[in-house]
Design a protein around this ligand. Sequence first.
Ligand SMILES: Cc1cc2nc3c(=O)[nH]c(=O)nc-3n(C[C@H](O)[C@H](O)[C@H](O)COP(=O)(O)OP(=O)(O)OC[C@H]3O[C@@H](n4cnc5c(N)ncnc54)[C@H](O)[C@@H]3O)c2cc1C
Length: 392
Amino acid sequence: MKTPIGSLNPAIRTVHIWGGGVAGLLMGHFLSRQGFEIQLYEKTDRLGGKIQSHQLPEGVIEEGPNAIFATAEIETWLHSLGLTVIPATPKLKRRLWNGTPLAPMSFGLALKLLPKLFKRTPSVNDGITVAQFFRPLLGVHVDSLLSPALQGIYGCGADDLTIASVWPQLKAGRYWRVLRSLKSTSARSVSFPRGMAEFIQALASTIKGQIHLNHTGAFELRPNTIICTEAPMASQLLNGSWAEGARLLQRLEYLPLSSVTVLAPEISETRGVFGYLFPRASGVNALGALFNREIFPQRAGVTFILPGTDDVEARVKTDLHKLSWPAGPLKMHSWTKALPRYNQTRTSTLKALQHDPERPFELVLFGNYVAGISLRDMIQTASSFAGAQAPL
Ligand SMILES: Cc1cc2nc3c(=O)[nH]c(=O)nc-3n(C[C@H](O)[C@H](O)[C@H](O)COP(=O)(O)OP(=O)(O)OC[C@H]3O[C@@H](n4cnc5c(N)ncnc54)[C@H](O)[C@@H]3O)c2cc1C
C-alpha cells in the first residue's frame, strides 16, 4: 500500500505541517476531519505550490497540474468540499505526433502484439526498468509508444523509470495478466470552473487551526510534525535533528521541467483532440502538448511541457514552427525540481528512510516523492493515512 513515511501520535492532538502545496493541504484537511488542530507553515505568500491558476481574458491557464484523474469516490469527496466539478470533454482523441498525428494503438499493431501477450515477463527486481520489463512485449514500441505516454506523467521515459518505483505492487507473470492488473479503476479527468486553484482554496478553507504564510521561522522538530516540502528542503529542515534522514533525502533526484502556454488563435488540428505526445524520435523539444480549450471549455491555449529550464522560449518557437502552428503570446513557468525521479535510487532511499532506527517518532514525510506523483495518489494516500489516526 502507498503510505507516507512515519507515523503520528494520536494522543497528541496538534499537528505541525511544513509546506502548503497540495500535499500539506491534503494532510491538513484530512487530519482536521479527524479532530486534529493544524499549524501549517508555508514559506511563500501563497498556497498551492505547483498548483497555480491564472484568469486571463482568453480563459483560465494553469502553471502546473491541469486536472485530477478522479475516481467516483474522489469526485464525491470534491463535491463535499463545495466544489463544482467539471469533467474533461469526453471521448477526446489522444495522439502521438511524429511528423503527423497518429493514434497510439493501430489495429495492425494490436494484432501483432496479441500472441506476445502470452509470453512471460522478466522477473521483477528492484533495479529493472519499465523499458526492460516491457521490451519483450513491445519491442521498439517501448520508445515510440510507452515512453511518450510515461513522459506525459513522470517527465521521463521508460528507460529512466523502474517498475518497483512506478508500480510497486506489480508481479511477474504472463503479459496479459500483468496488463489486466495495471488496468486502473474507472476514473476521469476533472477540474473546476476557475481552475485548479479552486481546489487549493477549498482545501485551505477546511483546515482547523492556523495557516502561517511567509513563514521564515526556524524549523523545530515537535511531536507530530509532517514535512510536505520537496525532498531537498526536507533534508535541510531535518539536518539538525536526524542526520541520516537528511543525508538520505539529499539522494533523491528531481527533473527540471517547464510549462509554456501558447495563447494562439484556434488551431484546427486541436479540435476533438486531448493533446499530443512527442516521441523523442519526432525531434520535437516538448514532451507533450495539452489542448486546454478542448479539454475544459473555460481554459485557454495549448500547453507544452518541456524538459529542462533553459532556452524555453526558443525551444517552444522551434516546436511551433515544426508543427506549422502560429505563435502567440507565451506564458512560461519553469521548475528546477519539477518532479521527483521514480527510479531505483528513490526505491532504495525510501526503504532506508522507512527502516532507519534513528528516525524520530512522530515525524512524517509526505509529498510527491513518497507515495505517488499524481494528485489522485496523493489524495488517496493522505485520506487513508488520516483515517488511521483515530483518537485513542
Ligand atoms: C508541469 C506539471 C504538470 C503536472 N500535471 C499534473 C496533473 O495534471 N495531474 C496530476 O495529478 N498531477 C500533475 N502533476 C504532479 C503534481 O502537480 C505534483 O505531484 C504536486 O502538485 C506536488 O505537490 P507537493 O505538495 O508535493 O509539492 P509542491 O507543490 O512543490 O509544494 C511544496 C510546498 O512547500 C513549500 N515549502 C518549501 N520549503 C518550505 C519551507 N522551508 N517551509 C515551509 N514551506 C516550504 C513550497 O513553497 C510549496 O508551497 C504535475 C506536475 C508538474 C510539474
